[in-house]
Design a protein around this ligand. Structure first.
Ligand code: GLY
Length: 356
């Protein structure tokens, strides 16, 4: 079994049934803890029976089942879960197990980190997006209207278990969505990895992605080990997200949510175009990114009028300082640079480019 660690968190890769998961929960560290599983109704229907019957240590766990989807990553749902935890008389020594995609690991981590000032939690991500990004690195939180992840805390899980079997029931669109974050890892940190990814169609080999997922998590782990609280280097992980989050938040506010990775993919293209305009990246590298994104991701259904509503959303990006919109941009494939000021004209051009 492959493992990676950062801070106090251990990440284990491979079949959960061979991962020591049950022994861990039965060990003195957690034996006396009440276990609460937070999941969504999709994962519950597909995997909960397998989960409960495979691991005796969770057979008595309370299960909290939430409605799926980004539109439910909100305070109201947290309130219901905190109330349920109170009813179950959950205390600081108990354990939350987040079993689901990015919404569950982000929100479940936030619920755990804030209930009674912090419970331990374990993430078992079931989507590609959550396996390569959301479940690792300690960012927990919820959305505030159209603003993604505006409320949250840094809190690391004790363990993350990454099992690519869960990807076999994932809709194709979710595999493509998670793949965008993997492309991002190549673009910001590893040109060779970016090249390797060109040959991969995640929809053809979901369970066989584990080695590739490992490489993505390795890249992310290296960055969050150096800069957990995002004072500098970790901002590189936000490449594509300044514009991506604004697009995603806009679509969410129109009740037309799009998968996170699709927004990030087009956000990466817009931000690559900005990198080109600023003379940071050369044309041939930009052309390669342009070709890859347009080949893999269906065009966004946005109009020029929509762009006028999207632009103000950029002002609330968490990387901004003193009202200045700050971007992470590319200097080459495999290298990013953060804290880059961009003019309103360059943002306009980047947004128009992805509509073209
Ligand atoms: N998803 C970006 C980060 O964890 O920093």
């Amino acid at each position: 079994m492959d493992t990676l660690t950062y801070n106090q968190c251990e990440i284990r890769f491979g079949n959960l049934k061979d991962s020591g998961f049950n022994d861990l929960l039965a060990s003195p560290r957690y034996a006396q803890s009440k276990k609460i599983i937070i999941t969504d109704s999709n994962v519950f229907d597909l995997w909960m029976e397998d989960f409960i019957t495979s691991f005796p240590a969770v057979s008595e766990a309370e299960i909290i089942q939430l409605p799926p989807g980004e539109e439910n990553k909100v305070l109201d749902i947290c309130q219901h879960v905190w109330e349920a935890l109170s009813e179950y008389e959950i205390g600081r020594g108990d354990l939350i197990i987040n079993f689901g995609g990015g919404v569950i690991t982000d929100m479940g981590g936030f619920i755990a980190a804030t209930f009674k000032r912090g419970l331990s939690f374990i993430n078992i991500p079931t989507t590609l997006l959550s396996q390569v990004d959301a479940s690792v690195g300690g960012k927990t939180g919820i959305d505030l209207g159209p603003f993604k992840n505006q409320i949250g805390v840094f809190a690391d899980p004790d363990f993350v278990f990454i099992d690519s079997r869960y990807l076999t029931t994932l809709p194709d669109v979710e595999l493509d969505s998670g793949f965008a974050e993997m492309l991002k890892h190549g673009l910001i940190a590893d040109a060779e990895y970016w090249n390797d990814l060109q040959a991969i169609n995640p929809k053809l080999i979901p369970a066989g992605l584990i080695k590739t997922i490992y490489r993505s998590v390795e890249i992310k782990r290296q960055i969050v080990t150096e800069d957990h609280l995002e004072k500098g280097l970790r901002k590189n992980l936000n490449f594509g997200h300044t514009i991506g989050h604004a697009i995603e938040g806009f679509c969410l506010s129109k009740d037309a949510a799009i998968p996170h990775g699709f927004a990030v993919a087009w956000g990466m293209l817009a931000e690559s175009f900005i990198s080109l305009q600023k003379g940071l990246i050369i044309q041939t590298m930009f052309d390669e990114i342009n070709k890859t994104i347009r080949k893999r991701y269906t065009k966004l259904n946005l109009t020029e009028n929509d762009l006028e509503e999207i632009k103000p959303l950029l002002l609330n990006d968490k990387k901004n300082v003193g009202g200045v919109i700050s971007f992470t941009l590319l200097t080459e494939i495999g290298k990013a640079v953060h804290n880059q000021e961009v003019t309103a004209e360059q943002i306009d051009a980047g947004l128009c480019f992805i509509l073209s």
